[in-house]
Write a protein that binds this ligand. Sequence first.
Ligand code: Y12
Ligand code: CO
Length: 170
Amino acid sequence: MILEVLVYPHKLLRESSKDVVHFDAQLHALLDDMYETMVIKEGIGLAAIQVAVPLNVLVINLVDEEGVQKRETLYEIINPVILEKDGSTIYQEGCLSVPGYYDEIERAEHIKIAYYDRHGNRCEAEFTDLMSIAVQHEMDHLKGRLFIEKLSYLKRKKFEKEWKKKQKAR
Ligand code: Y12
Ligand code: CO
């Protein structure tokens, strides 16, 4: 099922999500719907709060070298915790909840996380490059934070002005 993706400044996007307790059929249905929604909207990452579900759940599916998004490379990450982070990298980020706006954001270059898979198995993984950026972007959503909050004061002001203008024109 395709879900509605909340768009900034929806107030739920500021909410902190809660840990998943039951790794049951309802969670599996949410993960499947999030995947379907992310792919149809041409995203590479989605957090549950973006579809109005305040749970610590995110999905990420990068495209390969040929630009193909293969389901075998899908990450389903539940209740993630950062164990280590280091380095620094800058990348032009975008978000399905802030459609049409992209800007350079600085994040850790390498991260190590602990998380659970859909069956409740504890996993650990290390990420660099785009996957590291995507995980950090999606984990921010779980804390109710959007990438635009990392912009400089002036860039944020410019964004807000342009966003309001765009909303009025719709
Ligand atoms: C690097 C940086 C950020 C992330 C987080 C995941 N972000 C996305 O998946 C954003 C996708 C996106 C897709 C859009 O739709 C199309 O391009 C058709 C879009 O819409 C417009 O720009 C109108 C905006 C964002 C992961 C890795
Ligand atoms: Co986002």
